[in-house]
Ligand binder design. Sequence first.
Ligand code: SAH
Ligand code: SF4
Ligand code: F3S
Length: 494
Amino acid sequence: MTSRPETEQETAQSAVCAIEEKTEAKAGATRKVFVRTYGCQMNVYDSERMTDVLAPEGYQATDDLEDADLVILNTCHIREKAAEKVYSELGRIRKVKEQRAKSGKDMMVGVAGCVAQAEGEEISRRAPIVDLVVGPQSYHQLPSLLNRARQGAKVVETEFDIDAKFDHLSERAERPVQKRAPAAFLTVQEGCDKFCTFCVVPYTRGAEVSRPVAQIVTEAERMASSGVREVTLLGQNVNAYHGQGPDGATWGLGRLLRRLSEIDGLDRLRYTTSHPRDMDDDLIEAHRDLKSLMPYLHLPVQSGSDKILKSMNRRHTRDDYFRLIDRIRGAVPDIALSGDFIVGFPGETDRDFEDTMDLIRRVGYGSAFSFKYSQRPGTPGATMDDQVPEAVKSARLAELQALVSEQQKAFNASRLGMHCDVLLEKKGRNAGQLVGKSPWLQPVQLDAPENLVGTIQAVEIVQIGSNSLFGRLIEGQDETDFSGAIPAPAAQAG
Ligand code: SAH
Ligand code: SF4
Ligand code: F3S
């Protein structure tokens, strides 16, 4: 949500073990798995599915590293610092493993995710405590890979077979319903064919693959019946979704969202991350038509300079982006826009950077993520001339983040006095408080009894904090009375 003071975007630091899991432990064989998730939301989803796959093997999730028979680091490779963090975490885990060994207890260590895919065997060479390296497309094979590792082999599995992954993972989901958090992720598309010149994702996640509509609907229905009220559809290019529909035709994201909006109990839909090139009319119309599609859109542009956009291979100009924003705001005037920005891409001059600042001023964001360009080995950007000095990148990042922060404050302040629906997700910091999300993805804190967790309530926004809003329950008001917020007559039709 927020622009960060540093270059890092850590959307998923929390260990997945925090998710309440009821496992079907084999009699007498309860083992503990600790999963730490780095990187994007897709890793959060994958971590949850890994614990699903391990549950029938007798594994229960734990958030206590020292108690773990199996540790899995689900890693991110997007920037240099992300991978380095994994190696320093492995150093800490080695000490815990040695400690456990003293009391005769074993600990297996697995590295999953994008670093696993990119570095493969190199990981166990650099960190010999690692027993298993598994790429993002092979999680369905975890039980058999663990068996091999238990027999003493150093296992490295980095095949690309996304279809097999989803076929198998969706079977696993047919286990009895579990209690889930009220807001959850669902991957509908994985991989990327765009090859932006700064980015490792096409190499770590492979080619773009969309899951069939029926498989997604089944999974979403199961989530709704286990208490999920809000689903965020995930994909590296989620709006490039082109899955096979039950009618044999290829469905786009707009049509998929329409179908999902019919599921009982799924009151809120979101999706991320979108590419400007793939934002078609049907999807924009879905925003206009669907009450359950929340008025928030993460639409990264990366730069406001045509020269840099071209060199990044983004395949659109700044004017294309402005026209697109106009179309989106034509459909949903009050939508909260978010984006990603990279400063200091090779060849970026003061003038190019000023174009980015100008774009931000003209668009007006509700929030944004921003990063210093990080050279990724194997990507074209890494070997381009005119790499930008670190100090220049830092200065530009600070300037950009100050502007975004100002815009974010103004957007948040514009909610003061509004009535809107809030999905209450968990207990707040203080006793008697709950925290939820506004339609625009802002955290909202309010006084409310704990039994309201998992419900959507009508709330008046009474105060604005630096990163969150403060609200008050509107007594006797049913959530379904609001489509988005009032007063905001043009906000969300339907
Ligand atoms: N698929 C999404 C982005 C995925 S990566 C899209 O197309 O927009 C998330 C963000 O990380 C990117 O939007 C970009 O801003 C940032 N990023 C990716 N590679 C980077 C690099 N080499 N250096 C700095 N930031 C990077
Ligand atoms: Fe990376 Fe570009 Fe693909 Fe996004 S569209 S995942 S930034 S290559
Ligand atoms: Fe990171 Fe891989 Fe996601 S590199 S951002 S975990 S797709």
